[in-house]
Design a protein around this ligand. Structure first.
Ligand SMILES: [Zn+2]
Length: 259
């Protein structure tokens, strides 16, 4: 039986907090579960070791496009990420960034993301969750997911757009494919973000923090909780429903994906 949590953070860089294990345990005491999205396959392996014993945490296999764009990760890392993702039920953070941070490296990013998605598609699991970064690239992300049969309701893979900032046409296309959307407090600071949160059905929404604001410094479960509640309050306001309903629904949605 899946254990219900009060809050679930579906996109958090827990392993890049200097006190990750302490935050994980304090989060458990606050009845909060966490999907730890990693940024390189090396981090993913370290995080799996570090957080192995924490029942409220799942670690994703990740390769963040910024780490490709700045040259930190090369072909060997892409191959490693694809290999790990092919046998992991939890994948993220992966994706594409065609904004300022990724400028000039679009081809590299596309090749890397496609290699990871192809490895996942070739190795189906009973269920799998992918947390996706898509800045000015939601169309390209959806093209790749479609090409490999990972978009659509009849797959065992749930694709989550983290902090969706695409166009309303891209949003409609992602919805048609059964994608989910994890929403953080920063997304709700923009008019477009609030409008998307209002339009999307509660059953497709998840909460996230994308914390911490700066990598490798100490952070706290209290700050995570505050950020998750702020996001839930923002969604409740635009949907004109009680915040408790948003917390209960998003926690149930996330719980089905993680536990
Ligand atoms: Zn992130």
């Amino acid at each position: 039986m899946a254990r219900p949590y009060r809050l679930i953070d579906m996109h958090c860089h827990l392993d890049r907090m200097a006190n990750a294990r302490e935050v994980a345990r304090d989060a458990a005491a606050r009845d909060i579960a966490i999907f730890d999205t990693t940024v390189t396959p090396t981090d993913a392996r370290k995080a799996a070791e570090l957080l192995d014993g924490e029942p409220n945490v799942h670690v994703g296999v990740g390769l963040h496009p910024w780490w490709i764009a700045d040259g930190t990760c090369g072909d060997a890392d892409v191959a490693r990420a694809a290999e790990l993702a092919s046998r992991s039920a939890f994948v993220g953070e992966v994706g594409l960034d065609f904004g300022r941070r990724g400028a000039g490296t679009e081809k590299h990013q596309l090749a890397a993301f496609e290699q990871i998605i192809a490895a996942i598609a070739a190795n189906p699991l009973p269920r799998r969750v992918i947390s996706i970064h898509a800045v000015q690239s939601a169309t390209a992300v959806l093209d790749i997911l479609e090409r490999h049969g990972l978009a659509g309701a009849n797959t065992n893979t749930t694709c989550i757009f983290h902090w969706f900032t695409g166009t309303s046409e891209e949003l409609a296309r992602a919805r048609r494919h059964g994608c989910r959307f994890s929403i953080n407090e920063h997304m709700l600071k923009t008019k477009r973000g609030r409008e998307y949160a209002r339009q999307l059905p509660l059953e497709h929404l998840l909460l996230e923090t994308d914390a911490p604001p700066g990598l490798d410094a100490p952070y706290s479960a209290e700050a995570l909780e505050r950020s998750l509640i702020t996001a839930a309050e923002g969604i409740a306001r635009v949907k004109d429903i009680p915040v408790q309903d948003v917390m209960a629904a998003t926690s149930k949605n996330a719980g089905k994906l993680l536990f």
